[in-house]
Design a protein around this ligand. Structure first.
Ligand code: AMP
Ligand code: FES
Ligand code: ZN
Ligand code: ZN
Length: 317
């Protein structure tokens, strides 16, 4: 297989795009694609300040790399969730994110969950009813809260995450199976800013995981290979697997699924994304973040319960 641009040996054959490229041309093509999506979906302007949520994985580190190369002003945010699980998952991810920032002379902000909130994610999950669902529930809610708070408080215009097409297609698949119209209305490359919420964007939403992984490898980015050990058996992994099997039989099906959803939504098949009336939103009396809850927000409620139960348990995890 030869590179379509120069005829040299191809490093990657992307059957879904009927395109094969050598390493050099692939490393040009992916940032070009990213820039095209940033403009197409009006994610942000060159003068805006971006906060990139970096997990230490291939997607978010590649995204940070590409945004900086494209000339955007992008700082990183790493959230240390305190997940150990015998592999030191959070510690290793944090080291990868910090090493990348240092070698590229980029600014990385770190929020340490156990140090600031009083417990790690596994402990918080064990101590609350959310834990019965899976630690991912308390984890996702906590990450969303911290990302929004940091971006808003520090005056960033936009928060960017490394979600790729495989992530987006799996979420879409799950939401479609249950016709979760509220979630479907809000899923997309851009979630506009609302009162108290910063704009959120996913510049990699049209890139296959295989492509972002190839970018990280060919660019020599040192990232954490391991997936979160707590996500083992999660439904999203099952959906990803199903979609990948379909992709093998029908190259391009994942992208078509996602793009035709965006197209159908533009055509008005779902209600406008502002499903929650702005009037229902008010600042949480404890943390100031927007919430629809009559009392404190779910983040404050959960973490207050975690601290109370921890104190009742006494010292030790
Ligand atoms: P995941 O939900 O683990 O697939 O991650 C999706 C995206 O969320 C990543 O590409 C990052 O942009 C962001 N993210 C996940 N975990 C963290 C973390 N611990 N700190 C900062 N950002 C994160
Ligand atoms: Fe949150 Fe795994 S990253 S539970
Ligand atoms: Zn080439
Ligand atoms: Zn709150």
């Amino acid at each position: 297989m030869k590179c379509r641009k120069c005829g040299a040996k191809a490093a990657l054959n992307m059957r879904q795009h009927r395109l094969a490229l050598c390493a050099e041309h692939f490393l040009e093509w992916l940032p070009d694609q990213t820039q095209r999506f940033i403009q197409k979906y009006r994610m942000f302007l060159p003068e805006e300040r971006i906060l990139v949520a970096v997990s230490g994985g291939k997607d978010s580190l590649s995204l940070w790399d590409i945004l900086s190369r494209l000339g955007y002003s992008a700082d990183g945010l790493y959230i240390d969730l305190g997940i150990d699980h015998g592999t030191g998952y959070s510690t290793v991810s944090r080291q990868k994110a910090a090493a990348f920032a240092e070698s590229h002379m980029l600014k990385l902000l770190i929020v340490d969950v156990p140090a600031t909130l009083g417990a790690s994610i596994p402990t918080a999950a064990r101590l609350t009813h959310r834990g019965a669902q899976k630690p991912c529930s308390v984890c996702g809610m906590t990450k969303r809260h911290i990302m929004n708070r940091m971006a808003r408080d520090l005056g960033y215009d936009v928060l960017a995450t490394g979600h790729n097409l495989d992530d987006e297609a799996a979420v879409l698949f799950g939401n479609t199976l249950t016709w979760a119209t509220g979630y479907l209305a809000r899923q997309g490359p851009v979630l506009d800013a609302e009162t108290g919420f910063v704009r959120k964007v996913k510049p990699f939403c049209r890139l296959y995981e295989r492509e972002t992984a190839a970018y990280a490898l060919l660019r020599g980015i040192d990232y954490v290979y391991e997936e979160c050990p707590l996500a083992d058996g999660a439904t999203s992994i099952f959906y990803k697997d199903v979609l990948s099997r379909m992709e093998t039989e029908r190259p391009g099906i994942k992208l078509a699924f996602y793009l035709s959803f965006l197209q159908a939504r533009l055509g008005g098949f779902l209600a406008a994304p502002s499903s929650i009336a702005a009037s229902e939103m008010h600042p949480c009396p404890a943390c100031g973040q927007p919430t629809t809850s009559v009392d404190v927000c779910s983040f404050c409620r959960t973490w207050n319960a975690v601290r109370t139960r921890r104190e009742a348990e006494g010292p030790g995890e």
